[in-house]
Design a protein around this ligand. Structure first.
Ligand code: 5GP
Ligand code: MN
Length: 340
């Protein structure tokens, strides 16, 4: 067993001077940041002469499948044998956009027993100590921005091209809700400025990610908005979506992404939740968003076996949808002082 965090940055830099077999793994149910950072890093490593393969724990939304490198991504859930073979051959294993091995979902066992040197690049709070090299920065708005800084720190800024830039732009844009969230800094804008100078087409990327909706997805948005409840005394809003409602709108992966933010857009609301019934998994998937000092990372850790960031977190409940909502309302009443 290797000692954890044994690798200095200088040692990693010199390791990367010779071609290596590398594998890049983002978190389960990958989002724009997970896929954007993984494919950005994959293309950079490939240019540098390494063998670099992205292995995703499971499928990801169609609106991300235009990102350069997508066609070579291996889906662990669908193509387990090939994924395992690739993982077994790895010398370096990059884990991106997650802070604990269980966040790789079905890949957890494989990652735990994998012999490759692990490199964590992530911006979530309370990272675990499984990696030989850990680049963790909770002040960063996205892992994709961290990949940009990581490449620059390795002295390879000149290798960042339009394809890498497009992948990283997608991660930065989606995790910042188009540069709205507080962790968007002057540096974030400078990074994005440099990406645009490489020819990254920001407007087209926005269209590809946000404006290519099936009409059923917009109908699902309608259902979500109809179901939005505001607990006025507690400045809290929540949305529910039952399995039947999802099926009525021909639910596809990624369709519920971002819906929770509508709760947070109600005046005075500083805590928003969405409860999504997943009968096949026997769970209710929960997403939480907040503003200011309301810490949803802690809330998700305490009550929903989850985690994330202070203002954006997730988890799950094993109770029914109805019971989950009832207990959420009781918890909110306990945590938050009603306004008079
Ligand atoms: P989302 O609500 O968009 O699924 O996730 C919001 C944030 O919380 C993301 O950074 C995501 O990685 C994290 N997150 C979501 N679900 C879970 C979970 O079940 N466990 C943990 N530890 N983090 C989660
Ligand atoms: Mn992220």
């Amino acid at each position: 067993m290797r000692p954890m965090e044994s690798l200095t940055f200088e040692a990693l830099k010199s390791l990367l001077k010779a071609p290596k077999k590398t594998v890049i793994v983002p978190h389960v149910n990958p989002d724009g940041d997970a896929i954007g950072s993984a494919l950005g890093l994959q293309q950079y490593l490939t240019q540098k002469g390494h063998r670099a393969t992205v292995v995703v724990p499971n499928d990801y939304p169609k609106f991300l499948k235009w990102i350069p490198g997508t066609s070579e991504v291996i889906n662990f859930e669908k193509n387990t044998a090939l994924a395992k073979k690739t993982l077994d051959a790895a010398e370096l294993l990059f884990t991106l956009d997650f802070n604990a091995l269980h966040r790789s979902g079905p890949m957890q066992n494989e990652l735990e027993k994998n012999k490759a040197l692990k490199i964590m690049i992530d911006h979530h709070q309370q990272p675990e100590n499984y990696a030989a090299f850990k680049y963790s920065d909770t002040d960063m708005g996205s892992t994709a921005e961290m990949i940009y800084h990581f490449i620059c720190k390795l002295g390879d800024k000149a290798l960042i091209n339009k394809a890498i830039g497009s992948a990283l732009y997608t991660g930065i844009m989606t995790d910042s809700a188009s540069f709205r969230f507080p962790k968007t800094t002057a540096t974030t804008h400078r990074v994005v400025g440099e990406l645009l100078e490489l020819g990254v087409d920001h407007s087209n990327i926005h269209n590809l990610v946000y404006d290519a909706n099936r009409h059923e997805r917009i109908q699902l948005l309608g259902t979500a908005l109809k179901n939005l409840c505001v607990l006025v005394p507690y400045n809290t809003a929540y949305i529910t979506l039952s399995q039947a409602e999802l099926e009525a709108c021909n639910y596809q992966k990624g369709d519920t992404e971002g819906l929770v933010n509508y709760g947070l857009s109600v005046e005075k609301v500083d805590l928003a939740a969405i409860f999504i019934e997943k009968k096949s998994e026997g769970i209710v998937k929960i997403s939480l968003r907040s503003k200011g000092g309301v810490d949803v990372n802690q809330f998700a850790r305490n009550h929903y076996n989850g985690g994330g960031h202070k203002n954006a977190a997730g988890g799950k409940s094993l109770q029914s949808l109805k019971a989950t909502v009832e207990s959420f309302i009781a918890l909110v009443a306990k945590y938050k002082t009603p306004k008079v």
